[in-house]
Design a protein around this ligand. Structure first.
Ligand SMILES: Cc1cc2nc3c(=O)[nH]c(=O)nc-3n(C[C@H](O)[C@H](O)[C@H](O)COP(=O)(O)OP(=O)(O)OC[C@H]3O[C@@H](n4cnc5c(N)ncnc54)[C@H](O)[C@@H]3O)c2cc1C
Length: 416
């Protein structure tokens, strides 16, 4: 499916974008590069949406996205913006909570099970297939819950029983079926190898954190962004809506009621991001990226990032950790998770707590999202100058949004 809904009319060189989050800024940047006069209308008093870095005397705090996982379009964008990426430390371990302890995820028993079952035929890929159903014959339901779900939750914040296979593995395409899991694994490896070799790879941030990326984009759109914009929605020439789906639904409820009611069906997951500056280290997370935690394992968090280990230069003099949870976290919840990891933590061991709750943090990549996006593509066929873009259409990660925005801006009528 196309990663932007609708189209704009390239004969009209003016574009109004609603929302100055990463999607609005990126699309605005690429359209401006193509010679469009861009105006971005942002409801709040700042740009960046779910990307916000707070600078404190203790150090940097990422309230939302922590890193950009690079692809070639991402690297090219950074060059255009003259931003120097700081690559994540590659020498650290990635851990998964297994039987109550942070451990390396790929255990021999799991790998041999995968090798043993790899010649099995996976289920037919249908519209209703979930990620859990696809992988169950390969690794068994326990391993899906204990390994696959927490890994995917680190990206989608939803368990694999809810995640829609075709949306998460969009490389597979709508027609593909597999004779064996090997075929699927081969296709995924081929897809990875087809990507160009980059001089910087993996996750990156910037001096000053992710806000530097937002500021870089906003700088190229200087004078084109109106903050605190609260006027009612008007369709005036080329219009692109780059808010979350529910705000988009609200915006266009009078102008396009059919599109609005479909957008309202998309469901969102709340998330809390808590950054702690600690007086002492969490020993079990030493020299690790952090830990991903299965749901129902007694923890309040679904993941803990060891910021100092991942980006040492941005966290030089602090022991900084970020807890991500699918609900609000109280100080008691935070301490409970720290004490499950290592004994004896008390509030006094924490120098600073920054607690951010996002009520519509991420769209849930479930069957409903797939059906709604499909319907929105149909409904928008009759539109000449209305497009809709954001992380519920383009992909949840920033790099997917960069690639989608770039291709759309280059050919907004024929974009695919
Ligand atoms: C805690 C957390 C951690 C994450 N970590 C990562 C990560 O490490 N790497 C990664 O790639 N991705 C990460 N993501 C995902 C990524 O941050 C988001 O997918 C992305 O920032 C969403 O951008 P967006 O522009 O689609 O939406 P938003 O960021 O929600 O931006 C929408 C904008 O529209 C504005 N708006 C809303 N209504 C209106 C209106 N009526 N009129 C005008 N403006 C309006 C909002 O104020 C906002 O500025 C994370 C997300 C969260 C929540």
């Amino acid at each position: 499916m196309k990663r932007v809904i609708g189209k704009i009319n390239p004969e009209d060189r003016q574009v109004t974008i609603w929302g100055a989050g990463f999607s609005g800024l990126t699309l605005g940047h690429y359209l401006k590069n193509q010679g469009y006069k861009v105006t971005i209308l942002e409801r709040s008093n700042k740009v960046g949406g779910k990307i916000q870095t707070k600078k404190t005397s203790g150090g940097l705090i990422e309230k939302g996205a922590h890193a950009l996982y690079l692809n070639s379009d991402g690297l090219e964008l950074l060059k255009e913006l003259k931003l120097e990426p700081i690559a994540a430390n590659k020498k650290i371990k990635r851990l998964l909570m297994i039987n109550g302890k942070p451990r390396r995820p790929f255990q021999a028993a799991l790998l041999s099970k995968i090798a043993f079952n790899a010649y099995k035929k996976p289920p037919l890929i249908s519209d209703g297939l979930t990620v859990a159903e696809f992988f169950k014959p390969l690794m068994g339901i326990d391993n899906v819950q204990n390994y696959m779900s927490p890994i995917l939750s680190g990206i989608y914040a939803a368990p694999s029983e809810r995640l829609h296979f075709r949306t998460v593995f969009h490389q597979v395409g709508t027609k593909a079926q597999f004779d064996s899991y090997w075929d699927f694994i081969r296709m995924m490896l081929k897809d990875g190898k087809a990507q160009p070799k980059l001089e910087v790879t993996g996750s990156v941030t910037f001096e000053g954190g992710m806000q530097t990326l937002i500021n870089g984009l906003a700088e190229t759109l200087k004078g084109d962004i109106k903050l605190n914009y609260k006027e009612p929605f008007k369709m005036k020439g080329n219009t692109i809506i780059c808010t979350d789906a529910l705000s988009a639904s609200d915006l266009i409820k009078d102008a396009r009621p059919d599109i609005s009611s479909e957008l309202a069906r998309i469901r969102y997951q709340e998330l809390t991001s808590v950054t702690l500056f600690m007086k002492r280290e969490i020993k079990s997370l030493q020299k690790s990226f952090g830990v991903l935690i299965p749901l129902d394992s007694g923890y309040n968090s679904i993941g803990i990032i060891n910021n100092k280990a991942v980006f040492p230069t941005n966290n030089e003099n602090i022991l900084s950790y970020t807890l991500i949870a699918r609900k609000k976290l109280s100080n008691e919840d935070i301490l409970a998770d720290l004490n499950r990891l290592s004994d004896g933590f008390v509030l006094d061991d924490i120098d600073h707590i920054d607690n951010t709750h996002w009520d519509k943090a991420l769209p849930i990549y479930d069957l409903q999202l797939y059906l709604s996006v499909k319907k929105l593509h149909q409904l928008s066929q009759k539109e000449e100058n209305l497009a809709i873009f954001g992380n519920y259409v383009a992909g949840i990660s920033l790099r997917e949004m960069i690639s989608a925005a770039k291709s759309f801006a280059a050919e907004p009528q024929k974009y695919s």
